[in-house]
Design a binder for this molecule. Structure first.
Ligand code: ZN
Length: 280
């Protein structure tokens, strides 16, 4: 079966890469080897991410266990429901992490890139959702600040809990293409955060809307909530994957980790933007 294939470009010279099975090369002879797990690393050395605590093996394993248990299935279902009517062919998921959300996107698009700056996460994604099992998905280590695709080539970009590079997304999207931003709603994991901090700040999803400016229309917004009744093990997995703990006092985290159970509420905002015609 031949699926349409996005042109992926060289991160050094922006020329199209020829995707041979073992090595991808550009006309200027820059070459990138396909890793054993089937992903490709297109991150130039100078863009290499600084070490992020979220990329540790412990954090990634916790994330996979928590997501595979289905706690955030209501969110993934809402994402699919919002994107399905767009009938996308090409989709790029920025900040794909270990791939749990991306792995559902073959339901809504035929040519998908899962992109993350963290190599350990992309390796884990490619291992679980290998090119043989998921031929629609290409797994790439790369930067959201310099997407390895041609101008105006994408129908949809998804940004789940990741930094937004609006200019770069605007470049890569076709006119009429969409960006989906998923971000924590004000009271996301409130009781968990109250365990970690004396002063819990509500998240502010609306602050992202202004950054899309005049070049996009906001076309949809959905808030999704999921009640979580967590066992001690599930709570520890959630703590290990959430960035909140990086700012918490270790003794507060330790006290939470000793709990046998916690009831809390996951809450997310889904914001959908469409690229306008004109204005370059
Ligand atoms: Zn090149």
């Amino acid at each position: 079966m031949l699926t349409p294939r996005l042109t992926i470009v060289c991160p050094l010279c922006q020329q199209a890469l020829d995707r041979a099975p073992k090595t991808w090369t550009c006309p200027n002879r820059h070459s990138f080897d396909v890793a054993r797990e089937g992903y490709i690393n297109l991150l130039p050395v100078q863009q290499k991410a600084s070490k992020d605590p979220g990329d540790s093996a412990e954090s990634l394993a916790a994330r996979r266990a928590f997501l595979n248990a289905g706690h955030y299935q209501p969110l993934r279902s809402a994402v699919l429901a919002m994107l399905k009517p767009l009938r996308a062919e090409t989709l790029l998921d920025i900040g794909c992490g270990e791939g749990w959300y991306t792995s559902a996107f073959p339901d809504i698009a035929s040519d998908i890139i899962g992109l993350d700056i963290a190599k350990p996460a992309v390796r884990m994604a490619a291992k679980a959702y290998a090119p043989i099992a998921c031929p629609e998905i290409t797994w790439i280590v790369g930067s959201g600040a310099a997407l390895p695709v041609e101008e105006a080539s994408l129908d949809v970009i998804t940004c789940l809990f990741t930094q937004l590079h609006v200019d770069e997304m605007h470049r890569a999207l076709r006119v009429g293409g969409h960006v989906l931003v998923v971000t924590p709603a004000p009271d996301h994991l409130w009781s968990l955060r109250a365990g970690l901090f004396d002063d819990v700040q509500p998240h502010a999803p609306d602050k992202f809307i202004a950054s899309f400016g005049e070049r996009f229309d906001r076309v949809d917004r959905v808030d999704v909530r999921a009640e979580l009744a967590l066992t001690g093990d599930q709570l520890r997995a959630l703590l290990a994957m959430t960035p909140y703990v990086w700012k918490a006092k270790p003794e507060r985290r330790a006290a939470l980790e000793r709990r046998a159970a916690l009831a809390t509420n996951a809450a997310f905002s889904l914001l959908l933007f469409r690229k306008r015609l004109g204005d370059g």
